[in-house]
Every structure is written in C-alpha cells, then in structure tokens.
Design a protein around this ligand. Structure first.
Ligand SMILES: Cc1ncc(C[n+]2csc(CCOP(=O)(O)OP(=O)(O)O)c2C)c(N)n1
Ligand SMILES: [Mg+2]
Length: 447
C-alpha cells in the first residue's frame, strides 16, 4: 500500500483501492470500494447489490425504465466562443484579455508577415523555384492566438498548417526559406519536402505529413512531462480531417486515461483537401467528441485571435495545474488551395472563398480592433507592408544563393554506424552520379 502511495505521489496516477475482502460469502454486504473518474467527475462507489443503482465498473449513472436512445444532437450545436465581433469590437468587456498595444501590434505583424511569406513562396512554387508549398491563408488567428498563450518551454506538435506558431516563437525567415529551398542552412539538411519545419531550440517537433501521427506522440510526450513534474504542457495541432484517423482516438484516449497536460488544438477549416466537413463526419464537429473521451472541451471562433488566446491560455493553465487534457476546436476557413498540388475551384465556389477572404478574415478583424483603438492606421499599414515584403524577399533571395547540403548527408542521422545495405546504396549512388554527371548539377552541392 505504501508503495502505491509513493507511486501516486510521484506519478499522479489514480488507482482503484481494493479493500480487504471481508464478505466473500455474503454478497449483500459491502465488500469493495472503488474510485474512478467519468468525464472528469470523481465517482466513489461501494459495491452493494442491496441498492438499486448500477454497479458496473464502466459507468457512473442511474437506471431508467424507459427505452430511449441518446440522440447525437440533443443540443442544437456546441456554441462558438468569441471575444470580438467581425467589426473588431469587444462584445463582453469582461472577456477582453486587455493585451498591451505592443503585444497586439506584434500579433498583427506576425499574422501579416506569415501572409506575405505565404504569398511569395506560393508564387515561387508556381514559378518552379521550389517544389511544393501549402499556404495558411485565413487561419492566421488560430496560430498566433494559441502560440501567444503558451509558455515558450511548452512542446509543440504540428500538422503542417501551423507555420505562424513557429514564426511567433521566433523562427527566422531565413530558416523558413532554407527549409523550403532545401539548402545547406536547412536544419533538416534538405531531407524533407517544403513546409516540414522543425526546431529543437524552439520546442517545435519536426512536421511529419502522415496525418495524425503526431497525436499519440504528443500524448506520450505530455505523459512524460507529467511524470517529470516539469510544469510544461504539450500542444498538439491537427486538422479536422486528421481527427478521422485512428491515431486521433488513441491519442485522445491515452491522454484522458493517463491524465496528461496536453491541449489538443483542432483547426476546423472546413475541408480535408477536397472533402468538405459535411462528408467527413456526422455529429457536431470535433468538439462533440471531447466529452466522449472525458476531455474538457471548448469551441472557439478561430478568426478571433483574442478568443483563441483566452481559450488556449486557460486550457494551458488548467492542463498543467490539474494534469488533464483539453480540446479546443477552432472554427476557421482554409482560404487558399489545400496545397500547390490542389485546385480548389474544382470543388468549391469562388463566392464561398470570397466571403471568408473579404468578410470574415482574422487579419482584418484584428486590424479593425487596432484601428478602433487608434493603434494602427493607413500610414503604419503601408510602411509595414513594404518592410515585411522586403524582409521576405531578402530572405528568399539569400536562400536561393546558398549551396545545397552535402550529398552524403542523405545517409546520416538515422544510424550511428551506417549498416552494410546502406553503405552499398551509398557506393551505388556515387557510381551513378559519376557515370551520369552531365545530368546532375553537382556543383551546387556543398563538398
Ligand atoms: C495518413 C494519411 N492519409 C492521407 C494523407 C493525404 N492528405 C494530406 S493532407 C490531407 C487532408 C488533411 O485535412 P485536415 O486534417 O483537415 O487539414 P488541412 O489540410 O485542412 O489543414 C490528406 C487526406 C496523408 N498525408 N496521410
Ligand atoms: Mg481541414
């Protein structure tokens, strides 16, 4: 028993106490006491067949004597929390996070810098200068609002459309460009396709585009943090499409049962490539699944950077102090194509896209807020547009001038010592490159 208590103290693990069984021959007597949580509620139960209450170990509930199925739509829709209306006015002053001017201007500058970088890299791909790109248009509020609410030590697991989070943490334009150009400065040594960023220094786990793999990994990392008592949290971003993967279930369930300090942040942008949400799921979106796993859940307006900030801040605070997972479903819209391999005109209307681009965009909403406070005007806008464009172009041109990483690096960083089959492949590669050197621009690679 003492050992259990120590385990509980250090790991925060709740366990069922099975008391000494004194009444094996008399089932009408209390003989077991159990403690468990259902939907975060602590259930304390003494097994007792003399009371007409369910004693099943898997539920904390009452009996009913009328046949009735639970309807999935008992409530008309999980509400969407917001702080600002579309005109950038605070709706309820008590919800205003009252962030200082410098912080709000920084939010705006990061959101617009991301927008500018996306525009330029998208065009760059169209011109054949990089191989692939995916924009973040319309989802900037979800990135910046959530990133700002975290501690820099919190660990981020992203999908691929959360570039603003890394930008907010201080990843420089030069490194974004180096990654997309797979040049010698790229932290990934040119071995990943564009937009698969990662930064150990900034606690941002490298992107893997195999959908949802990050979700159970993030739950595992959060469990480690809890066991280390590190006062850190994990945030795990994913699209609503990725939430249909089995890995999402595994991650949600592990984090709930192991009581991990994690924020699951779902960007519900309406599409998984060409599949609209109405074809992806029944039920009320991703938020509706949270209570099913016993996870504290909120749905927010992802185009309202302050709503995202408030929700993430509170979720982060409680995740760490209470060791429990949170789910935030941020409702937004993917204004751009899925990626440069997609043409969204094939499956959605221009009018629909225009609505979100022109009438309900997170950048214009924040700008309205700033203008309303006298913090930003046309002059500042013009100057910042020019400056940010120059910063991005400079970083891009610099990246294009850099050599490619050493070819040998293709074979490093997985095994400490290269196994024979890879050694053989390496030799074959060099023979091939020598034999057909006129087909390969070998001079652009670092020696
Ligand atoms: C396991 C797996 N299946 C399919 C794909 C192909 N794929 C890449 S992105 C994507 C859609 C993801 O949609 P969502 O999670 O909503 O993210 P969004 O692109 O909308 O940000 C699909 C199906 C993949 N990368 N991995
Ligand atoms: Mg999506």
């Amino acid at each position: 028993m003492a050992a259990f208590r120590v385990l509980r103290k250090f790991c925060g693990i709740r366990y069922n106490v099975i008391c000494q069984n004194k009444g094996l021959n008399d089932f009408s007597r209390h003989f077991q006491y159990r403690e468990f949580r259902i939907n975060g509620v602590l259930c304390q139960q003494t097994l007792d067949s003399s009371t007409e209450r369910p004693q099943f170990p898997g539920a904390c509930a009452d009996f009913v004597d009328r046949l009735e199925f639970i309807q999935p739509n008992v409530i008309s829709g999980i509400p969407v929390y917001r702080v600002m209306n579309r005109q950038g006015q605070i709706i309820n002053p008590s919800e205003d996070p009252q962030l200082p001017k410098e912080m709000v201007v920084n939010f705006y500058q990061k959101m617009t810098l991301l927008n500018t970088m996306d525009r330029i890299l998208y065009e760059s791909q169209r011109q054949g200068r990089i191989s692939f790109y995916a924009t973040n248009f319309g989802e900037e509020g979800t990135h910046i609002g959530s990133a700002a609410a975290l501690d820099p030590n919190d660990l981020v697991f992203g999908q691929y459309r959360e570039v603003g989070v890394l930008m907010y943490r201080g990843f420089p334009l030069e490194l974004f460009m180096a990654q997309c150009h797979a040049n010698a400065d790229d932290l990934g040594k040119g071995r990943q396709m564009p937009v698969h960023y990662g930064s150990k220094d900034l606690n941002f786990v490298t992107i893997s585009s195999t959908l949802a793999t990050q979700i159970p990994q993030a739950a595992g990392a959060a469990y480690t943090m809890k066991r280390e008592n590190s006062n850190r949290a994990v945030i795990c971003y994913f699209g609503e499409g990725a939430a249909s993967e089995g890995d999402a279930h595994a991650g949600f369930n592990f984090s709930a049962t192991l009581e991990c300090p994690i924020i699951f942040f779902c960007r519900n942008n309406g599409y998984a490539i060409s599949t609209p949400t109405r074809e992806q799921y029944r039920g009320d979106g991703i938020a509706a699944r949270g209570p099913g796993y016993g996870i504290m859940t909120i749905r927010v307006d992802g185009n309202d950077v302050f709503a995202v900030y408030n929700a993430t801040k509170e979720a982060r605070r409680r995740a760490v102090t209470e060791n429990q997972p949170f789910l935030i479903e941020a409702m937004t819209y993917r204004v751009g194509h899925h990626s440069t391999s997609d043409d969204s005109l094939a499956y959605r209307s221009v009018d629909e896209v225009n609505y979100w681009d022109k009438q309900d965009h997170p950048i214009s909403r924040l700008r309205n807020y700033m203008t309303g406070r006298g913090w930003w005007g046309e002059e500042e806008e013009q100057a910042w547009r020019k400056e940010s464009q120059e910063q991005v172009m400079q970083a891009l041109e610099y990246a294009e001038r850099q050599p490619k990483p050493q070819i040998e690096l293709l074979f490093t960083d997985v095994y400490q010592e290269l196994p024979p089959h890879l050694e053989k492949q390496k030799q074959a590669m060099w023979r091939h490159l020598k034999q057909y050197k006129e087909h390969y621009p070998l001079s652009i690679y670092e020696k």
